[in-house]
Write a protein of this length. Structure first.
Length: 248
């Protein structure tokens, strides 16, 4: 339900930098509540916002101690110094299902339905992305249906490894891509034998719908959340990483 101490279809969360709280966004309620659970008291939450949010929320990331950003249907909702405001990148967004802050000045925005990943400045003053993955220009907002090394289908969650490589879960093309530092062309794919295939199955080197990837502290082990219909599993991959790798 939509009460303070219950969750209704939570989609994303982030642990605050001070380690004291957990901020959770819910997809099931509209308008969405944003709830803050205090450490050691996860059965009682406080409401994070004061005014109703009219769009469903998909993702959350913390930029600074007093700055959070939330991904919604058609904009970014920025919470800064106890105030909310909307920020929309150039040419708009459609279903921001993933956000990743690089710890410096860049926010990775998974613009899922428009089949692209945007890099924007985390001060939210310039709407023009500094880099685009999955598209050749900012005006192309079409949905990609053919997999390739330069296309993205529905980018979901993203992660950076210890070397700064970017990993993207590309759920509709049923794969995970690795991008070298400062490159918009991937050099590795998991879940498929090559960059032009998009076949899903329930094996050790294929996925059904990958939605997230995380690494251990040394980035020698990766864990992939593969969730689709009746098949939900966590797969483990160990370095050295290579294309079409099998989970162990």
């Amino acid at each position: 339900d939509n009460t303070t101490d219950n969750l209704n279809n939570p989609w994303d969360f982030v642990a605050t930098k001070d380690g004291k709280s957990l901020v959770v966004v819910e997809f099931g309620a509209n308008p969405n509540p944003i709830k803050t659970f205090i450490k050691n008291d996860f059965f009682n939450a406080t409401v994070f916002y004061n005014t109703p949010i009219q769009q469903r929320l998909f993702s959350v990331e913390q930029i600074e101690t007093d700055t959070f950003v939330f991904g919604s249907l058609s904009y970014l909702l920025v919470f800064n110094n106890l105030n909310f405001y909307n920020f929309t990148p150039t040419s708009g967004v459609n279903n921001v299902v993933g956000l990743l802050y690089n710890g410096l000045s860049t926010l990775y925005v998974s613009d899922s339905t428009q089949s692209r990943l945007l890099l924007i400045n985390s001060n939210f003053t310039d709407p023009n992305p500094s880099q685009i993955y999955g598209k050749s220009n900012i005006t192309d907002t079409s949905r990609s249906t053919i997999p390739s090394a330069t296309n993205l289908g529905n980018p979901f969650r993203t992660r950076l490894d210890c070397s700064g490589n970017l990993w993207v879960t590309d759920s509709s093309f049923i794969r995970i891509l690795r991008y070298p530092v400062n490159s918009t062309v991937p050099d590795l794919v998991w879940g498929q034998p090559d960059f032009t295939s998009s076949n899903g199955s329930f094996t050790q080197n294929t996925f059904t719908q990958p939605i997230d990837i995380v690494f251990d502290d040394n980035c020698t082990v990766a864990f992939v959340a593969d969730v689709y219909s009746t098949s939900a599993r966590i797969l483990r991959f160990q370095a050295p990483f290579e294309t079409n790798q099998r989970a162990d």
